[in-house]
Design a protein around this ligand. Structure first.
Ligand code: MN
Length: 284
């Protein structure tokens, strides 16, 4: 199932270019504050799924193109991210002025965090800070792994049982020497969407293509199979430190091909069986 948020916090199921509003069936009041509806849906998924299916069957859908898609899971307990988690990206960063001295990879550096408030949806725009346009801003093509069943000390063997679904994620980054968490936490620096595709619909996640284009030119392409710390290992590593809650997001890390974005560009990300979205880059 593809579960979206749209038009001010409505919850929708996306099928055949149509959105079916299932907010009422999920007990979510659009516009609620804080916007924790998706976290509650994920936590109660087994109970809610048949109600959602019934609501879709009786709902009149709206054309997908007529709604504004928002980030599906805007208020997770935490947004974890893996640094330098593909060998080809680690190699391309070596020696660059903004590379972390010593060259960390996710298997020895662990995870970092992005501010939850950096997330935006497919209908948003990546806003570069207008007073920092002399700096270099990069696109990073990543996959969001969204946790379903919570847990601590989750084993590699059981890790996929804890995945609710997947989404596309762009880890927008200002290069430089400031703390990574700050450079990556500007508002709009984490497009996540266009919706959550549940794990059962994605199937085997390891071989799927992750691709990113800037202005129609393919810049990044890899698969989760090439992650240094894999999907299962990332869940085990994270949950050894912190309890993973329903709705928590882990960003996969990016592959080679990162590069600058500037106002006027359009960035497109696509992951097989998950989704595709394009966002403009502006200066604000
Ligand atoms: Mn990244």
């Amino acid at each position: 199932m593809k579960i979206a948020r749209f038009d001010g916090g409505h919850i929708g199921v996306v099928r055949d270019e149509t959105v079916y509003d299932v907010s009422a069936a999920c007990g979510v009041e659009p516009g609620e504050w804080p916007p924790v509806g998706m976290v509650r849906i994920i936590a109660a998924w087994e109970t809610l799924k048949p109600k959602i299916e019934a609501a879709v069957a009786s709902a009149t859908g709206k054309p997908l193109a007529s709604v504004t898609l928002e980030t599906p899971d805007p208020w997770p307990n935490k947004l974890l991210a893996l640094p330098s988690n593909f060998h080809d990206h680690h190699e391309e960063m070596r020696g660059r002025s903004y590379a972390i001295p010593g060259g960390v990879t996710a298997d020895n550096a662990g995870f970092f965090m992005k501010a939850n408030s950096s997330m935006i949806g497919a209908g948003g725009a990546i806003e570069l800070p207008a007073d920092k346009l002399d700096r270099e801003f990069h696109h990073e093509c990543e996959m969001a792994i969204i946790i379903g069943k919570p847990g601590r000390h989750i084993t590699v063997e059981r890790a996929l049982d804890h995945v609710f679904g997947y989404a596309c994620l762009i880890d927008v980054t200002m290069r430089g020497k400031e703390e990574r968490v700050m450079r990556k936490s500007y508002e709009t620096f984490c497009p996540v969407g266009p919706w959550i595709t549940t794990a059962d619909e994605v199937g085997d996640p390891f071989g799927i293509n992750m691709k990113l284009w800037v202005n129609g030119e393919l810049r990044q392409h890899s698969t989760p199979a090439k992650m240094i710390v894999g999907i299962r290992e990332a869940i085990a590593m994270s949950s050894a430190v912190t309890r993973l809650e329903s709705g928590d997001i882990i960003a996969s890390g990016t592959m080679a091909g990162v590069g600058p974005i500037k106002p006027g560009d359009e960035v497109t990300i696509e992951i097989d069986r998950v989704g595709r979205m394009s966002l403009p880059v502006v200066a604000v």
